[in-house]
Design a protein. Structure first.
Ligand code: NAD
Length: 498
């Protein structure tokens, strides 16, 4: 059986822990490979390699570093099909979604190609008599990223793309569920001209994460995953003196006002709730129609739309979505559906019994729809992360606005309406980090930033865009004067400008 090893200092590093994780093919349910799980020793080897490489990399001028990112982009485009198929075979999302995963990461690499422009400092000539003040952004040193299973290409690129372009070296700890593409990305960075040790991949579970969070040479940690672990990572990393940004789970709402174009809404919702089997942090698993008529019509059209959805293997070009990532995850989704029924919600469409002919052992689950979901229900409060859409009815705009605003998660939200004034007011008042107006999955483009609020993100700096550059750099400010004689006037201690 294939073994997936660590990638350190430009080459494969065989693990010594003796521990492995299973990597499944979600289409068939079979174990297709095993991945080495690191102990402290492998993580330390990666940190030492990264620390040694970082000195020369930081001293490399910014446009040379940018050229590596340009070449990396070209290589990813060259290998797009192979990468997407590899990604689908471990994650289960359909190949078109895998290409989207890679493409959205590439957009951050494109942004990183222009980072020299953002790294330019600020300069004030004559801030005092003969005094100039200037500031510069310097890299932090060795940084690390811990990523979830659901975007094994995009999220690593969000992190290492920015971190490396500004002059850091990086250690990536990808999800142990789909680790092959992250290793391939690191190999391609080497092929693109990044020196050995600038990007390393260490596989693992909690042991590797704890080793990252406590290693004295790691200066900053970026995490994306579920909220409880994000919170733990934030607390442990900051307690060990690191800069930490930790993105967590989500429960995004789609608000549908009575004037919305319902045909369009149903199509948008279908993609946003069931695409990628609902395993997206920006999925829309909750829809809030305002008014009884809107709710009844939406439900009827949604049921019809769901009948057109095709669930298939990840290489089926006609499939809307494929299997979920693991048998445990499918069991968890089924459990939430059972609890929803017990809580008193109406299960309008039940996807639990779905089986794909010829792939009965695959981790497939059909789309499900609940109506009559209420605020206090556990299945409303928690993230299901599967192909389950919940209708939560509201009577008024204010009631609809309060639902996402008061929810524990605050990643994304969307409003569907033809009324510009209502949309504008909603966007201004809603207590959520990313808002879509007639856009169901409002993932910001790479030169803006990505980040939720409340329990969807711990720390105060977003992913990518200028915020990403700030996260991976520190500012140094220089106050300079060049006196002509040895003893010119009074002692000059603290520059105060009268
Ligand atoms: P997860 O929290 O299980 O795993 C994320 C990472 O943490 C993995 O690398 C994993 O190995 C590691 N990990 C797992 N258990 C750990 C533990 N006990 N201690 C320390 N580290 C541990 O998340 P997942 O299932 O891989 O991904 C799905 C979750 O990620 C969902 O909650 C989803 O909403 C969230 N997500 C959030 C965003 C965002 O930007 N907010 C983006 C994508 C996914």
């Amino acid at each position: 059986m294939r073994t997936i090893s660590h990638f350190v200092n430009g080459q494969t590093l065989e693990g010594t822990s003796g521990r492995f994780g299973d990597v499944f093919n979600p289409n068939t349910g079979e174990v297709q490979a095993r991945v080495q799980l690191a102990s402290d020793a492998e993580l330390d080897a990666a940190v030492q390699a990264a620390a040694a490489a970082q000195i020369g990399w930081a001293a490399t001028n910014p446009q040379r570093r940018a050229r590596v990112m340009f070449e990396f982009k070209r290589l990813i485009e060259r290998d797009m099909n192979a990468l997407a198929e590899m990604l689908s075979s471990e994650h289960g999302k359909v190949v078109a979604d895998s290409k989207g995963d890679i493409q959205r990461g590439l957009e951050v690499i494109e942004f990183a190609c222009g980072i020299p422009h953002i790294l330019k400092g600020e300069y004030t000539e004559g801030a005092g008599p003969g005094i100039d003040v200037y500031s510069m952004r310097q890299p932090l040193g060795v940084c690390a990223g811990i990523t979830p299973f659901n975007f094994p290409a995009m999220i690593p690129m969000w992190m290492f793309g920015i971190s490396i372009a500004v002059g850091n070296s990086f250690i990536l700890k990808p999800s142990e569920k789909d680790p092959t593409v992250p290793v391939r990305l690191a190999e391609l960075m080497m092929e693109a001209g990044a020196p050995a040790g600038v990007l390393n991949v260490v596989h693992g579970d909690k042991t590797a994460v704890d080793a990252i969070l406590t290693h004295p040479l790691i200066r900053a940690v970026s995490f994306v995953g579920s909220s409880d672990i994000a919170h733990y990572v934030y607390q442990t990393g900051t307690a060990h003196g690191k800069r930490v940004q930790a993105m967590g789970g989500a429960k995004n709402h789609g608000i549908v006002l009575p004037d919305a174009d319902l045909d369009q809404v149903v199509k948008d919702l279908s993609g946003a709730a069931f695409g990628s089997a609902g395993e997206r942090c920006m999925a829309l698993p909750v829809v809030v129609p305002v008014g009884k008529k809107t709710g009844d019509e939406l439900r009827e059209r949604m049921v019809a739309e769901m009948q057109t959805l095709k669930v298939g293997i990840s290489t089926d070009l006609d499939a809307h979505y494929g299997p979920v990532v693991s048998a445990q995850h499918r069991a968890k989704i089924s459990d939430y559906i059972r609890i929803g029924v017990e809580e008193g919600a109406e299960l309008v469409v039940d996807g639990r019994d779905f089986a794909l002919q010829g792939f009965e052992k695959g981790f497939f689950i059909g789309p499900s729809l609940f109506d009559g979901v209420k605020k206090g229900m556990k299945t409303y409060q928690e993230e299901i992360f599967g192909p389950v859409l919940q209708i939560v009815r509201a009577e008024t705009f204010e009631e609809a606005l309060a639902l996402p605003s008061e929810h524990q998660y605050g990643n994304g939200v969307a409003i569907f309406t033809r009324n510009g004034k209502a949309a504008r007011e909603f966007a201004s008042r809603v207590n959520v980090g990313m808002v879509g107006i007639n856009v169901p999955i409002p993932v910001p483009v790479a030169y803006h930033t990505f980040g939720g609020w409340k329990r969807s993100a711990f720390g105060d700096t977003n992913q990518h865009g200028v915020e990403g550059v700030k996260f991976y750099t520190k500012v140094k400010t220089i106050t300079a004067r060049w006196p002509e004689g040895d003893h010119e006037g009074d002692a000059f201690v603290i520059p105060t400008m009268k």
